[in-house]
Ligand binder design. Structure first.
Ligand code: FE2
Length: 364
């Protein structure tokens, strides 16, 4: 049997650990801190919980030192890159991680110092090539290498059932069975188990013959996670998800309600320029009365000729209310400080049965 790791884990004496378990759907992240020094690390933070992590750190009086991903996640958006940028903290991943934003690459049997605590790195490839487990005090954070009653899948990029077999039976099984298992995913609300329980009862770990285990993993035939392409792009590059791009734009622009726009139109307010940023065909089919057309794709190109007055009050709309937010944020960046986005799009306008017009566009 090839041994995948030489790390062993033991309780770190009597050091007290501060521990918070944060669940978001099936994604589990963990805040681990040294009680004596207040140094803390976040393990597998997920983007939707960002404010919650910051709240917990403040409540516990912890000083966050490290952001750690146990592997390249394919099914959710990691918060490490964003938190690292926001808080100026280092991101730790295994040296096999493809992400360019990793500050500290670690390898098997190395330790991460967290005040008086030590997090021991165990390289456990299989779910992904860069998968690692972290053993600290009486627990082991198993990422997606070992889940409660299951294992991580091996059919995503860089997955390898042979390597997972070695990681489970050549590495994790050699550790103290009393170690508590905290995985990166858990869908049934269980907080943890122990290594001994998993090796005794986890159905996948009862396949102790290599070929049997590998066949089982290859035959799982699982559906692909939603957003896999986007999650891998974001987690491997440190770039932004579309949702993050939209929420950052939404934080930079005010909105106007559909009803307020309707009453502006009824009052025939000449100060307000209504800008439709959809494509021409959609505009000609139906648009808000008095609107002018400037498709989002041509905004920067035509802004100088179409919108000569940067002090003009402009309300931007699109089909669903998302592209218009981006367009309004762009206009603000360009100096149109009175650009606002319609809260809702043409579809909501029509559903509200507000007046519409059809036909060709007039120039601004
Ligand atoms: Fe994963």
């Amino acid at each position: 049997m090839r041994l995948q790791c030489i790390g062993t884990a033991a309780a770190t004496g009597t050091h007290s650990v501060i521990f918070e378990h944060i669940a978001s759907g099936g994604c589990q992240s963990y805040l681990l801190g040294c009680e004596e020094t207040r140094a803390a690390a976040l393990i597998d933070p997920e983007i939707s919980q960002l404010e919650r992590y910051l709240g917990l750190l403040a409540r516990e009086g912890l000083q966050l030192r490290y952001l750690i991903d146990t592997h390249t996640h394919a099914d959710h958006f990691s918060a490490t890159a964003q938190l690292a940028q926001q808080l100026r903290l280092p991101v730790i991943m295994h040296r096999e991680s493809p992400a360019p934003f990793v500050d500290m690459r670690v390898d098997d049997a190395e330790m991460i110092a967290l005040g008086r605590l030590r997090l021991r790195v165990l390289h456990t490839p299989g779910h992904t090539r860069d998968s690692m487990c972290l053993a600290a005090a009486d627990r082991v954070f198993t990422g997606d290498s070992l889940l409660i009653g299951a294992t991580g899948r091996t059919d995503l990029p860089s997955g390898d059932p042979e390597a997972l077999y070695d990681s489970l039976f050549g590495c994790l099984e050699r550790l103290d069975g009393a170690l508590k298992v905290y995985p990166a995913h858990e869908y049934k609300g269980r907080s943890h188990s122990t290594l001994a329980e998993e090796f005794a009862k986890n159905p996948r770990l009862q396949r102790r013959e290599r070929a049997d285990f590998v066949d089982m993993m290859r035959g799982l035939n699982l559906t692909m996670p939603t957003h896999i392409t986007e999650a891998l792009r974001v987690n491997m590059s440190g770039g932004k998800s579309v949702a993050r791009l939209l929420s950052e734009a939404a934080a930079r622009v005010p909105f106007m309600s559909l009803a307020d726009l309707k009453s502006y139109i009824e009052r025939a307010s000449p100060q307000l320029l209504i800008l439709d940023v959809r494509e021409r065909e959609a505009f000609e089919r139906s648009h808000i009365p008095g609107a002018h057309l400037l498709p989002r794709g041509q905004l920067e190109l035509r802004v100088n000729e179409e919108l000569p007055d940067p002090t003009r009050r402009i309300v931007v709309y699109c089909e669903l209310g998302q592209i218009s937010t981006l367009a309004a944020a762009t206009l603000r960046e360009l100096g149109f400080k009175r650009a606002v986005a319609l809260d809702g799009g043409m579809r909501a306008w029509e559903q509200a049965q507000f007046p519409t017009a059809a036909g060709s566009a007039k120039s601004v």
